[in-house]
Design a protein around this ligand. Structure first.
Ligand code: GDP
Length: 296
C-alpha cells in the first residue's frame, strides 16, 4: 500500500467512526481493525501494530469516559499520539554544528541509495553554510568512486577516494585526516553496501567505524523493502552504533511502513527522506507533520 493510500485508509476509518451515531466498543474495534489492516499492508511490523492497538485500547476506555466527553477527539488524539510514538524513539540524533569538525558515516545495503543520499546530505548542509566533504570508502563496488566523484563535482563538494587502494579503512582514515586539515566541518564517509557476503560487510563497517570514530552513523534504507525492514535495520544496528535513519525512494510507490519498523529496530529517529533521484529531492523529516499528513 503506498503512503497516500495508507493515509487515505486511516482517514476513512476515522471518518467512518465519526459518522457513527454512538461510539461503542464495536465501532472503536472496527476503526482500529481498519487502521491495523492499513498499517500491515504498508509493511509496518506486526508486533508494532499489535502494540499500538493494545495501547490505544488502554488509553481509550469507553466505559470510563463519562457522557459529554468527546470520544471521537480522544480516540483520534490517541491514534495520532501512538503513530508519533512509533516514529519517535525518544532521543534526538546528533546534529552537526558549523565550524566544529564532525564525521558522519553512511551504512546500508547496495542499491538502497546510500551514495546518492551522501551527496544529498552534503548538499543540504552546504546550503546551510557548512563546509562538507565526501570520502568514498567503498572499494568493493566497481564504479562507486566514479559515482561519488561525479555527484560531488556537480555539487562542488570536495571528495576523496582511490582507484588503486583496496583497503576501505585506510581510505576512510586518510580522507577524514585530509579534510580535517582543510577545516571541513562535515566529513561524510560512504561505505560499501553489498547484497551478499553480509558477514564481511558488517566486519568492514565495524572496522571503518572504529578507525574513523564517527560522531554519527546514518543507516540508509530503501522504503520499498517491505517487511524485511525491521530485521535489516536491526542487523546494522548490532554491528555499528546507528544513530539516525534516512529512508529513500519515498516518491513513487513508497510504502511508509518500513520507516516505522526501522525506527523501532535501531531506536533512532528518521532524520531525512529521499523523494527522488536529484540532489535537492531530499526533505528534513518531522514526525508530527508526517503523521498529520498521514491522517489527512
Ligand atoms: P547505493 O548502492 O546504496 O550507493 O545506491 P545509489 O546511491 O547508487 O542509488 C541506487 C539507485 O537509487 C540510483 O539509481 C539512484 O538514483 C536511486 N535513488 C536514490 N535515492 C532515491 C530516491 O529518494 N528516490 C528515487 N526515485 N530514486 C533514488
Amino acid at each position: 500500500m503506498v503512503l497516500q493510500e495508507l493515509g487515505g485508509s486511516i482517514s476513512r476509518a476515522l471518518q467512518q467512526m465519526s459518522n457513527a451515531t454512538i461510539i461503542d466498543e464495536k465501532v472503536l474495534n472496527e476503526c482500529l481493525n481498519e487502521i491495523t489492516r492499513a498499517l500491515l499492508q504498508s509493511d509496518v511490523q506486526f508486533k508494532l501494530v499489535r502494540d499500538m492497538q493494545t495501547n490505544i485500547k488502554k488509553i481509550v476506555n469507553l466505559d470510563d469516559l463519562a457522557a459529554g466527553h468527546n470520544k471521537r477527539r480522544i480516540i483520534q488524539q490517541a491514534i495520532f499520539n501512538e503513530l508519533c510514538k512509533m516514529l519517535d524513539p525518544g532521543k534526538p540524533s546528533f546534529t552537526p554544528k558549523k565550524s566544529k569538525p564532525c564525521v558522519v558515516m553512511f551504512v546500508g545495503l547496495q542499491g538502497s541509495g546510500k551514495t546518492t543520499t551522501c551527496t544529498k546530505y552534503a548538499y543540504y548542509h552546504q546550503k546551510k553554510g557548512f563546509k562538507p566533504a565526501l570520502v568514498c570508502a567503498d572499494t568493493f563496488r566497481a564504479g562507486a568512486f566514479d559515482q561519488l566523484k561525479q555527484n560531488a563535482t556537480k555539487a562542488k563538494i570536495p571528495f576523496y577516494g582511490s582507484y588503486m587502494e583496496s583497503d576501505p579503512v585506510k581510505i576512510a582514515v586518510e580522507g577524514v585526516e585530509t579534510f580535517k586539515k582543510e577545516n571541513c566541518d562535515l566529513i561524510i564517509v560512504d561505505t560499501s553496501g553489498r547484497h551478499k557476503q553480509e558477514v564481511a560487510l558488517f566486519e568492514e563497517m565495524r572496522q571503518v567505524s572504529e578507525a574513523t570514530k564517527p560522531d554519527l552513523v546514518i543507516f540508509v534504507m530503501d522504503s520499498s523493502i517491505g517487511q524485511a525492514a525491521f530485521d535489516q535495520a536491526q542487523a546494522f544496528r548490532q554491528s555499528v552504533d546507528v544513530g539516525a535513519v534516512i529512508v529513500t525512494k519515498m516518491d513513487g510507490h513508497a510504502k511508509g511502513g518500513g520507516a516505522l519498523s526501522a525506527v523501532a529496530a535501531t531506536k533512532s529517529p528518521v532524520i531525512f527522506i529521499g523523494t527522488g533521484e536529484h540532489m535537492d529531492e531530499f526533505e528534513a523529516f518531522d514526525v508530527k507533520s508526517f503523521v498529520s499528513r498521514l491522517l489527512g
